[in-house]
Design a protein around this ligand. Structure first.
Ligand code: S3P
Length: 207
């Protein structure tokens, strides 16, 4: 009986895996948690998952093994998370699109990708140098680093994105920006017919 009930769920009412991409400071983790709450999905932060699985911090991957090794492990974790049977919302590390096999994986039908877009100047004023962000540590100007990253990565984010949400207006709106962004992401996914409107649980979000 249970199997029949599952099989009878129309295709459009299923929730896809959702991956949030964008530069450091765009809010993938905080917004992603709220998107997961709205969709009733599990949330996973890509960097935290990698640290837990391998027992190694992002900083030490970069320092001891190098960025290439980090990118390989990051891609393995993404692959694995997207094989999960139950829907998951992933806040991906900002560099996830650097790896070609991730870009291919993100374009498959079982995953909806939301690009949190912001201009690098704006994001540079928001992105804090945290332990998991070795590329922003030391004597560097975050705005300059993000400007370089933007040039290289913006076309890749757009290549994999199903929907694009602008982050700056939400921050300037005065209301709770992360909830506003989460609602915008979900609304865009619904408009793109990647998520059925009936599956969205609006009651979890403050108005
Ligand atoms: C990186 C972004 C970081 C982290 C690592 C590399 C990048 O994630 O994966 O430091 O190359 O942009 P966040 O975007 O979550 O800060």
């Amino acid at each position: 009986m249970r199997l029949l009930a599952v099989l009878s769920v129309p295709e459009t009412q299923k929730v896809p895996h959702v991956v949030l991409v964008g530069l450091m400071g765009s809010g993938k983790t905080t917004v992603g948690r709220k998107v997961a709450a709205l969709l009733g999905s599990r949330f996973v932060d890509g960097d935290e998952e990698l640290e837990q699985r391998f027992g190694r911090t992002v900083a030490s991957w970069f320092e001891e093994l190098g960025e290439l090794e980090f990118r390989e492990a990051e891609a393995d974790v993404l692959d694995d998370l997207l094989e999960s049977g139950s829907p998951v919302v992933i806040g991906a590390g900002g560099g996830v699109v650097v790896t070609g096999r991730n870009r291919l994986r993100l374009q498959r039908d079982d995953v909806a990708v939301a690009y949190l877009h912001g201009d690098p100047n704006f994001l540079g004023s928001r992105a804090k140098p945290k332990p998991h962000r070795p590329l922003l540590s030391g004597d560097v100007d975050p705005k300059e680093i993000l400007a370089q990253m933007y040039e290289a990565r913006d076309p890749w984010y757009r290549e994999v994105a199903d929907v694009i949400v602008e982050v700056r207006p939400a921050h300037e709106s005065g209301e709770s920006p992360k909830w506003r962004l989460a609602r915008q992401v979900v609304e865009a996914l619904v408009n793109a017919e990647l998520v059925a409107p009936e599956v969205v649980n609006h009651s979890v979000a403050p108005r």
